[in-house]
Write a protein that binds this ligand. Structure first.
Ligand code: PMP
Length: 433
């Protein structure tokens, strides 16, 4: 159902916007952001009362929809008892239960959980663990990483250094960032052979390979098959290089299994999770290591310890939200829904395939991507999206959606049909040019 044009901004936005710095935004030209006053299920409520179906689930986080009563109750109860306590020298039940549950859920012997406060920090910790893993064993010189073209692993400097160095929002920081190796994701057998010989030639300087398994997110929503992940893993094993799986975006059911690595039957040495960990409630992340990696830090030498500890790590509110989110994965059919959504998205977005300017339509689990030749007139596009009563945030050369895994087939249909109309209009604007 199309909604009316945007109303004037509420007072709090007109005055407060003069003092805020928005993410990924050219503040000189960007239109005012949407003033959102409430969330519920798959809906955002705007200050003027309009409701939009959210196709983004707040950057892949709100996997159960917003304000799920079970998560809200868990956080409210935790808030009464202990909103926060430091984790250095102190343990608490929400964190230790969560660590145990994550260890059970994660593939293989990924048994040791280090809590962080954001995905980027979880990646920083993973890189640090990988480098120290070698140092603690007396192996020096292994301080570099191999990542993949179109990779995105976060916005802090270590994480930025393993993003695509040439084709990413961080490219102009070359010279400031640590230099790493970037390689295309191998697909064919010849490419795998080439990747493995590249890895073999660098193995004495490389601590690990880092990959977003199955879906590269912010680097362009590119997909690769489980076989690529499996063969990259084999190459790492054969060359004695650690494999870090960054499942900050793909984890918690997004690709149809709890973790994308499962589809490749791969147990990485280090796994990063975040985003949907708290069901979209609080900022939280974790770096999970195998026994082999963890054991390399056990020593009589105090300097072999992992010297890292974000102030708010293992925040009890975040742990309570994460535990409640994991309860919901046990009691509600999230993975089944993600699998069903792949077919529904493919079917509902198929009409875009024939539109001029559409280069590709692809779906994987609960992710739908419409790639276009050129995304232009972003402001007009944004207005059309909102007019349709939906929320999407196109970027680069695509319009994509990562809705809540709790979205009903009817809501998904409404979201997709509206999206098809928007892409249709985009195609018409292209032909006007
Ligand atoms: N890795 C991946 C794959 C991500 O998608 C993101 C977030 N966009 C991050 C790392 C960084 O997470 P955060 O934004 O929580 O720092």
């Amino acid at each position: 159902m199309p909604v009316d044009k945007q109303s004037p901004p509420p007072d709090w936005q007109s005055s407060g916007y003069q003092h805020v710095w928005m993410p990924y935004t050219q503040m000189q030209t960007a239109p005012l952001p949407l003033p959102v006053v409430a969330t519920e299920g798959v809906h955002l409520t705007l200050a003027d009362g309009r409701k939009l179906i959210d196709g983004m689930a707040s950057w892949w986080t709100a996997c159960h929809g917003y304000n799920h009563p079970h998560i809200r109750k868990a956080v409210e109860e935790q808030l009464r008892v202990m909103p926060h306590v430091m984790f250095g020298g102190i343990n608490h039940e929400p964190a230790l239960s969560l660590a145990e549950r994550l260890a059970k859920l994660a593939p293989g012997d990924l048994n040791r959980v280090f809590f962080a406060d954001s995905g980027s920090v979880a990646v920083e910790v993973a890189l640090k663990i990988a480098v120290q893993y070698w140092l603690n064993q007396g192996v020096t010189g292994r301080t570099k990483f191999v990542s993949f073209q179109n990779a995105y692993h976060g916005d802090t400097t270590g994480a930025m250094s393993v993003c695509d160095p040439d084709n990413s929002m961080h490219s102009h920081f070359k010279g400031f960032l640590l230099e790493q190796y970037s390689h295309p994701i191998p697909h064919t057998q010849d490419e795998h052979v080439a990747f493995e010989s590249f890895l073999a030639s660098k193995k004495n300087e490389v601590a690990g390979v880092i990959i977003e398994p199955l879906i590269q997110g912010a680097g362009g929503m590119k997909f690769h098959p489980p076989e690529s992940v499996a063969q990259i893993h084999t190459a790492c094993r054969r060359n004695n290089v650690l494999l870090i799986a960054d499942e900050i975006a793909t984890g918690f059911g997004r690709t149809g299994t709890m973790f994308a690595c499962e589809q490749a039957d791969v147990i990485p040495d280090i796994l990063c999770v975040g985003k949907a960990l708290t069901g979209g409630t609080l900022s939280f992340a974790a770096t999970i290591a195998t026994e082999k990696v963890f054991n390399a830090f056990l020593s009589d030498d105090p300097s072999h310890a992992l010297m890292h500890g974000p102030t708010f790590m293992a925040n009890p509110l975040a742990c309570a939200a994460a535990n409640a989110s994991l309860d919901l994965f046990e009691t509600e059919p999230r993975l089944e829904r993600a699998i069903a959504m792949e077919a529904e998205l493919a079917n509902l977005l198929a009409p875009c395939r024939d539109l001029p300017g559409v280069v590709d339509v692809r779906t994987k689990g609960a992710v739908g991507v419409i790639q276009v030749a050129r995304l232009h007139n972003l402001e007009r596009l944004r207005t059309r999206i909102i007019e349709e009563g939906i929320w999407l945030r196109p970027f680069s050369d695509m319009i994509y959606m990562t809705p809540a895994l709790s979205i009903t087939p009817e809501e998904l249909q409404t979201l997709c049909e509206a999206t098809v109309r928007v892409v249709q209009d985009l195609a018409n604007w292209n032909s006007e040019m």
